[in-house]
Design a protein around this ligand. Structure first.
Ligand SMILES: *Cc1c(COP(=O)(O)O)cnc(C)c1O
Length: 373
């Protein structure tokens, strides 16, 4: 028997979103970002489906531990698996050539280590540049040294050349977006002028792809969020650009329902109701990743709007609906916190002052993931 709260994941919606993505790009290939357990959806299931059914051939994670687990659990996965940030290159060096994992190099020490070891000769050389975000990546003042090291090692072919935007959720005209984009183009040119061949290049994540920023001059795009459904753009500039469907639907059911009068204490710390209403108890709490900070957010059921009321507990949430809902809502009735339509989900993110990424990544392992097609 499954739990009453669960995350239903539609693989068809992943296919739908990928079709929509292909309308936004032309010849570019997609490097699907599946870090953080595919943004909470389950990386193994999604990679398997994306490879077999959608023909995707490149996947990206953040840490070598994620990559090793994926390789172990999906021994038939033939395609490229990149590690973008926590490569632990010098500690896990053999993982990279034994398990066909591609480290994204972003530090001079790692580059020297990589070039100095003959074991890495057949590992694709992938470099990430800091074009103004100031997180990871080779900095401007290191480029001369990077070029010198590559030339000394006679590595003239760069497998993947990439950078990352700081403000892809903001307008493409944002000065930092424009500056980073220009810097990336100049960097590519500098390497070409130095005689390097750049096989693959990428910069665009979801927010950039949605705005057609850093797509056309590159061989690849690196979407994460948009393929899971939501737009990555800030609410002010979201417009109607991205029509993705949510892969996930967070379902639960009504554990109990009863009328409460004004000034009734509810839950831990006894938050007092400010009006009478219908109180609904859901078997969902921060143990599932449904956080305390989601208090006061809207919950919709049968055309009624309720509000998450008082403190969210580890295993339960109270929602205060209008009194009129008492006649319609029933114990045992199914309720969706969000479904295929992005709007409900994006409204939640906005109401609880967070971003879609954090809600999805925060869903805990206790919440069963149920896949369907
Ligand atoms: C996570 C990540 C992406 C995807 O970002 P989204 O905003 O989810 O599309 C792309 N590139 C890198 C390097 C990342 O770490």
């Amino acid at each position: 028997m499954s739990r009453s709260s669960s995350l239903h994941i539609s693989l068809d919606h992943l296919a739908f979103n990928y079709e929509r993505l292909k309308e936004l790009i032309s010849h570019q290939k997609t490097l699907f970002m599946v870090k953080a357990n595919a943004y909470g959806h389950g990386d193994l299931q999604l990679i398997h489906f994306a490879e077999k059914e959608l023909g995707l051939q490149e996947f990206g994670v953040a840490s070598v531990h994620e990559a090793l687990r994926i390789r172990q659990e999906l021994p038939d996965l033939k395609h490229d698996l990149y590690v973008f940030s926590d490569t632990s290159l010098q500690q896990y060096f053999s993982a990279y050539y034994d398990r066909r994992i591609i480290p994204v190099l972003h530090h001079l020490d790692d580059l020297r280590f990589f070039l100095g070891s003959s074991d890495f000769r057949f590992v694709p050389l992938c470099l990430k540049f800091n074009t103004g975000m100031n997180r990871l990546g080779f900095r401007e003042d290191e480029i001369t040294e990077v070029i010198k090291l590559l030339k000394a090692a006679q590595r003239k072919t760069l497998f993947h050349f990439c950078s990352h935007f700081a403000c892809a959720d903001q307008s493409r005209e944002h000065p930092l977006n424009q500056a980073q984009y220009q810097k990336f183009q100049a960097l590519k040119q500098r390497f070409k002028d130095e005689g390097f061949e750049l096989e693959r290049t990428s910069m665009a994540n979801s927010g950039a792809i949605e705005q057609n920023l850093a797509v056309k001059n590159e061989t690849h795009v690196r979407p994460g969020l948009m393929l899971y459904g939501p737009s990555a753009l800030a609410p002010e500039i979201r417009a109607d650009r991205w029509q993705g469907k949510m892969l996930s639907c967070l379902k639960t059911e009504i554990l109990d329902i009863y009328p409460v009068s004004e000034s009734s204490p509810v839950g831990y710390s006894g938050t007092l109701t400010d009006k009478e209403g219908t109180l609904v108890i859901l078997p969902l709490g921060y143990g599932d990743g449904w956080k305390n900070t989601y208090s006061n957010s809207s919950v919709f059921c049968e055309g009624f709007e309720g509000k998450v009321f008082g403190r969210v507990s580890m295993d339960m949430t109270h929602v205060l609906f209008p009194s009129a809902a008492q006649k319609t809502l029933k114990k045992g009735q199914e309720l969706e916190l969000w479904g295929a339509c992005q709007e409900t989900f994006l409204t939640l993110a906005q109401q609880v002052k967070t971003i879609p990424y954090e809600i999805l990544c925060g869903l805990s392992p206790r919440l069963p993931r149920i896949y369907y097609q």
